[in-house]
Write a protein that binds this ligand. Structure first.
Ligand code: DHE
Length: 542
């Protein structure tokens, strides 16, 4: 394609009102994968015209203008084999036309967001002095689940013992994750709109005690977990603007904002390097902050936040989600556009390995177990391939010495189906669970697969969670997503992520017998997705 061919194509005109509504849809549905500046990450570059020159000097060009209106409408409506999902069941025909027009126009650059704006947005709803000094309810907090109700902008706190909904809390838009303070008292909930809510589980009815807006678009949060810093700080990462914010743990008072703009691992400047996963090391007073577009993993030392020290570890693009190995010395993160897992050694503060896996790894937190042949392994599923990859992880335990030879090798690919988002197990379980929520086939997307650890050659059982729920059939697929264990490892909870007005459910299975145990449903149970068991999240058990 030459520059002349592009110059012949002109972006369709749009009224200010059309642009405004397209901008809103783009932010809610597209920015997560394609970026606010549309430079692409998990999704393709969507600028009207782009050109890039590789290290051999070869220039390639492309852009939405060269694709044109009708091709773009088809791609948005029906999706592609390359991993783009279809939007014809989410957007109207008029909205599909609107979006195809919008992405042929030059992207709007959203405003920046300063420390002062962050501070101005900060609200303490219940000051620390007015909070309880001991637990005021009789709930077994260890087994409480914080459940994302994605499309209602709420979190449900569900009692794992009784399965009762104890509280439904208003939070940010399309909440992404919940994380626990080291003590297990506070739940931190981050909305896609950057609103961070702090929930105090000790209150008679657990409620939000503080809030702050850390940016316009966000996905990650964690707290300080190193000895001596328990519950002291919180950190939240923003997609736009690309920066992270360090706050006081019990009030969310902003203390520092740090930009993540800079050079990619390929040596190019990137204006939008978004903060993907963040985890707290328990070995040092450090957070692991994974920067998506640059492929740089930051170890942020919070022992002196006025004189912040950061170690920058080059890995691969584009960093997304990940979890610890069983020893918690290593953090393994998906570099999903490179089809690699990067492992960071938190003791040495350096990259331990870059392991090749299949297309678009998506581990969630991953799953740790002892493989009968290869010893300790960490598992990741894939969005773009039909396997769960097992990576051998090091252990100091002499009983695993014989497995050292396999360390950091991908030792087995367990046959699954594409469209897997999350895998999960528990130290007390002999089962590996994997969803297939993004699979194109409805039955498969509504089911999960379970393997026995001693025979990973095929799933021991495929469970159709939507059928087990007994919910009436709906037009929208009820995606069975995100297996999560109860605190004692005896139950597995699966969400049914249905239509945004459909009553849905969380379906609970007995992990030993795989029998259906309970369907948790309620008129307020709309679009449940992530579920975060207090004890397992607090202690990184998976
Ligand atoms: Fe997630 C984790 C980003 C879409 C459910 N998701 C994460 C993390 C990131 C991320 C960076 C790691 C956070 C951490 O550990 O600090 N997710 C993104 C996106 O950019 C993406 C692809 C597109 C978007 O627009 O947001 C995206 N994610 C989704 C969904 O559509 C899911 C399935 C449903 C939902 O609720 O939105 C979804 N993501 C989750 C969940 C986790 C998560 C449940 C936490 C997993 C865990 O067990 O800890």
């Amino acid at each position: 394609m030459t520059g002349t061919a592009f110059s012949q194509n002109v972006a369709p005109t749009m009224t200010a009102a059309e642009k405004e509504s397209a901008k809103k849809i783009y932010f809610e549905r597209c920015a997560g994968c394609h970026g606010v500046l549309r430079k692409g990450a998990t999704g393709k570059n969507l600028e009207p015209h782009w050109s890039k020159t590789d290290k051999d000097g070869k220039t390639t060009e492309g852009g939405t203008l060269s694709l044109g209106q009708s091709r773009l409408e088809k791609i948005i409506g029906y999706g592609t084999d390359g991993g783009m999902v279809n939007f014809d069941d989410i957007l109207t025909k008029e909205e599909l036309t609107l979006m195809a027009k919008y992405i042929q126009n030059t992207p709007d650059v959203p405003p920046e967001y300063s420390f002062k704006q962050t501070l101005d947005s900060w609200k303490v709803i219940v000051p620390v002095k007015d909070r309880p000094t001991k637990q005021m309810n009789s709930f077994n907090l260890k087994n409480m689940f914080s459940v994302t109700l994605r499309d209602t902008g709420e979190v449900a706190l569900i009692d794992g013992d009784t399965k009762d909904i104890r509280s439904i809390v208003k939070t940010g838009y399309a909440v992404h994750i919940s994380r626990l303070s080291k003590s297990g008292r506070y739940v931190y909930v981050i909305g896609r709109d950057g609103r961070l809510s702090l929930i105090d589980l000790w209150m008679e009815k657990p409620s939000v005690v503080a809030e702050v807006k850390i940016g316009f678009d966000a996905r990650s949060v964690d707290t300080s977990k190193f000895k001596g810093f328990e519950d002291t700080y919180a950190i939240a990462g923003s997609y736009w603007p690309p920066q992270y914010v360090i706050m006081d743990g019990d009030t969310l008072k902003p203390r520092k904002v740090v930009s993540t703009r800079g050079m990619t691992v390929d040596g190019e400047y990137h204006p939008e390097p978004r903060v993907a996963s963040i985890v707290a090391s328990e070995i040092k007073p450090e957070w692991v902050v994974n920067i998506k577009e640059t492929g740089q993993i930051l170890l942020v030392d919070y022992s002196d936040i006025e004189n912040l020290k950061t170690t920058t570890i080059a890995s691969a693009k584009f960093l997304h989600d990940g979890g610890f190995d069983a020893s918690k010395r290593y953090f393994l993160v998906a570099a999903n556009a490179s089809n690699k897992i990067a492992a960071v050694d938190l003791k040495e503060g350096k990259l331990a390995a870059l392991v090749d896996v299949a297309k678009i790894p998506h581990p969630g937190r991953g799953a740790n177990f002892v493989h009968p042949k290869f010893g300790p392994v960490w598992a990741t599923g894939h969005l773009g391939a039909d396997v769960v990859s097992l990576i051998s992880t090091p252990s100091d335990d002499p009983k695993f010495a014989a497995f050292k030879q396999y360390n950091w090798k991908m030792v087995q690919e367990v046959k699954h189906v594409p469209g897997n988002l999350f895998v999960k197990t528990h130290p007390k379980s002999n089962h590996l669970w994997a969803d297939s929520a993004q699979n194109a086939d409805k039955d498969t997307a509504e089911s999960v697969s379970v393997w026995k650890m001693d025979d990973l050659s095929k799933p021991y059982k495929i469970i159709n969670v939507a059928k087990d729920s007994g919910l009436p059939p709906t037009k929208a697929v009820k995606r069975a997503v995100h297996p999560e264990y109860s605190a004692d490892g005896s139950e597995v909870w699966i969400s049914l992520w249905g239509g945004k007005t459909d009553r849905s459910a969380i379906v609970v299975y007995d992990d030993k017998t795989l029998a259906l145990k309970k369907v948790i449903t309620d008129p307020k149970m709309i679009t449940p997705t992530g579920k975060f068991n207090v004890y397992n999240t607090q202690h990184d058990i998976y």
